[in-house]
Design a protein around this ligand. Structure first.
Ligand code: IVH
Length: 667
């Protein structure tokens, strides 16, 4: 290859590599696999090695390069980096709007721009002649640190701006938030756990820690991302909405959940919509940023102290809080596993009071080194039971007590066993009250028999009155059994008996399977088994080999199913149950519904469906939810922050659908 040819080829390579970067980070599309993209980068690297003068600062090969720094240089900000006032409730938004209105000429009717407030750290990026020349942290707002080398490793940050129709000044400054995606945070923490190292307490610390690495190679191993939210340079754009549009054109991810709001009520709708979406986003947010959309008005409102008057951070209630561990007690699960639970001094987390947090197992207690009396950080993510994420040892007084796993079951007093190779400790008594109670609760729960009104209190009363010992007993209950129980009106007894009786007529097979509480067999596997075998009798007589033929069933699950079917007590229980209930024949969905007979993979998070909802929707439309992409897959539905499955679909020529197309198909 001549030098001229190398030059042409390298320019093409740069252009294409940036094209794929833009597709992936800005448009959320992966057009080729990571491996193919790496191969293009590798080719460019080789060309630049052969012809070193082809290298320039904006070449994609320059993302990781350079020697570790001794320290960061100071980076003064031409325009100070401000922060925002927080508001937590709608009436505070109203107050803000009133304050703003007073300062504006009468009759001014501003519109508002609402966007996500990503939980990361602010970066200022300077481009000269379209090329990134400086990236700086916020620091004290006046002077930050020059983290250019590290910022270059963030693929969502363009090294060169894309051409736009507007004429730009030579130098422009873009601001935005560098953040760690949830998946990367989980990956890093899992890795840290394996190494026995301290995990990061939260993604912002993880992102800040990464950016402050003096060695850019360490930084590039932690995949941060970047969302742009402001263009500091005045280029004559009139609204913040237009700023976002321009940022996207320039090659930045600028947020696809932004919304122009005309009224305060629309801001409230936005805040609520995003709250629902929040757990499905690929990154953490701690609220929204709401600002005056018209930039003239925004500027006119000015700044007080370090915050602009024209915008506020509309926060969601904190998901972390600190409290004190008052006790650690063990709870006995359905399988007899003993789970240590921290009893906490009640504290408000994400809008609700938390007084318990699971500590999972003894290994976790040791890892956290949590003791009774410790001050800890608790965290709530979505609807799950809160977790203790960190102990604050500086608060120790010396009076804290270490937790000891009891030698006997706290519910029934039987001995406790710690099987080799397992983390959990177990109660050895199969008749243990606590275990059977858990079993009964699981049996009536939403994704099992779904019997309304049979809460733990009632189950306990029925147990104490010797009326139930196993799930089958529930079906023998009549109204007269409820009469002597505490606080039981005739009417509610009648209703309850009716809902129990309704549940026994025509149970779906998957519900029955899930209700049995077989180890490692959850809702999804129950569906797969029901679909594969079609009847309970076929399942009861199946061999391990036959179980292994079921979609997604591996050795552990097959063995567990086999053990269950062979176990004397389980057999007896199931016989009793089957004498009382009728199992609905599994209707093969094939041939019905808009997705009849289609295999569908979903990757990334969807705005309108949780994972369970997407599964249910697919199933209802006659389709089959599968977890990995193969040639046999009919569609791959790609949501936010998709994994490698999207690229794999492309490779195999499987049809890719976005969420809108998927929803259409479901109709
Ligand atoms: S606007 C005038 N927009 O929140 C301040 N900030 O306290 C300009 N942040 O330091 C900030 N997402 O690091 C803005 N969409 C967004 C943001 C955002 C996150 C951070 C930013 C800033 C802090 C505000």
């Amino acid at each position: 290859m001549t030098k001229a040819e190398a030059k042409t080829r390298s320019l093409k390579l740069r252009e294409q590599i940036d094209h794929y970067r833009y597709q992936y980070h800005v448009l959320d599309r992966s057009e080729i696999s990571d491996a193919a993209l790496d191969s293009l980068k590798h080719e460019l690297q080789s060309l630049e090695e052969a012809y070193p003068d082809l290298v320039t600062a904006d070449s994609p090969t320059q993302r990781v390069g350079g020697e570790p720094l001794a320290k960061f240089q100071k980076a003064p900000h031409g325009v100070p980096m401000l922060s925002l006032n927080d508001v937590f409730a709608f009436d505070e938004v109203e107050e803000w709007q009133k304050r703003v209105a007073k300062l504006l000429p009468p009759g001014t009717q501003p519109s508002y721009f609402a966007e996500l407030k990503v939980d990361g750290l602010a970066l200022s990026l300077t481009y000269r002649d379209g090329v990134l020349i400086r990236a700086a942290t916020r620091g004290d707002g006046q002077t930050g640190e020059d983290v250019t080398m590290n910022a270059k490793t963030i693929e969502a940050i363009p090294l060169r701006l894309r051409p736009v129709s507007k004429i730009l000044p030579r130098e422009i400054e873009v601001r935005g938030e560098a953040y760690m995606p949830k998946k990367e945070f989980e990956r890093l923490n899992a890795e840290a756990k394996q190494r026995g190292a301290e995990p990061f307490a939260n993604p912002r610390n993880a992102a800040a820690g990464a950016l402050r690495q003096l060695d850019p190679k360490v930084m590039s191993a932690r995949k941060l991302s970047f969302l742009a939210y402001d263009l500091v340079t005045d280029i004559g754009v009139q609204t913040h909405e237009a700023v976002h549009a321009l940022l996207a054109e320039l090659g930045f991810q600028s947020g696809k959940h932004n919304r122009l709001c005309r009224t305060l009520a629309e801001i409230e709708d936005y805040h609520r919509d995003i709250e629902k979406l929040r757990s499905r986003l690929g990154f953490w947010i701690d609220g929204n940023v709401v600002g005056i959309n018209e930039l003239v008005t925004f500027k006119r409102l000015g700044v007080i102290g370090k915050t602009p008057r024209g915008a506020v951070a509309y926060k969601y209630p904190a998901e972390q809080a600190t409290t004190v561990v008052e006790d650690i007690q063990v709870q006995v699960g359905r399988t007899g596993a003993l789970t240590p639970v921290a009893h906490l001094r009640p504290v408000l987390v994400a809008g609700s009071t938390v007084s318990r947090a699971t500590l999972h197992n003894l290994d976790e207690i040791r890892r956290l080194d949590v003791r009774i009396g410790d001050t800890v950080i608790v965290q709530k993510a979505g609807d799950v039971i809160p977790d203790v994420v960190q102990v604050l040892p500086k608060f120790r007084t010396g009076k804290e007590k270490k937790f000891v796993m009891p030698k006997v079951c706290p519910a029934c007093g039987s001995s406790v066993q710690h099987p080799d190779g397992e983390v959990a400790y177990y109660c050895t008594n199969k008749k243990c009250f606590a275990q059977r109670m858990e079993e009964l609760q699981h049996f009536v729960s939403k994704n099992a028999l779904n019997i309304d009104g049979l809460g733990p209190k009632i189950l306990e009363q029925l147990w104490s009155a010797d009326l139930i010992r196993q799930p089958a007993d529930l079906f023998d209950l009549t109204e007269k059994h409820f009469a002597p129980l505490e606080r039981f009106a005739e009417k509610s007894a009648a209703n309850l008996v009716e809902s129990i009786q309704a549940a026994r007529r025509g149970i779906e097979l998957w519900r029955l399977l899930n209700a049995l509480g077989i180890r490692h067999v959850g809702e999804q596997t129950s569906h797969d088994l029901a679909e594969h075998f079609g009847s309970i009798s076929k399942i009861r007589s199946a061999s391990i080999k036959k179980f292994l033929k079921v979609h997604d069933v591996g050795e552990t699950v097959a063995q567990s199913l086999h053990d269950y079917c062979a176990d004397y007590d389980s057999k007896k229980h199931l016989d009793e149950l089957l004498k009382r209930v009728t199992v609905r024949a599994e209707v093969k969905q094939v041939g019905r519904g808009s997705l009849a007979g289609k295999s569908i993979v979903v990757t990334g998070s969807l705005a309108h469906f949780s994972r369970a909802e997407a599964k249910a929707a697919i199933r209802q439309a006659g389709g089959k939810w599968v977890s990995s992409v193969s040639k046999k897959t009919d569609y791959v539905v790609v949501g936010e922050d998709p994994g490698s499955k999207a690229a794999r679909a492309k490779q195999l020529g499987v049809r890719v659908l976005d969420e809108a197309a998927f929803r259409k198909l479901l109709q």
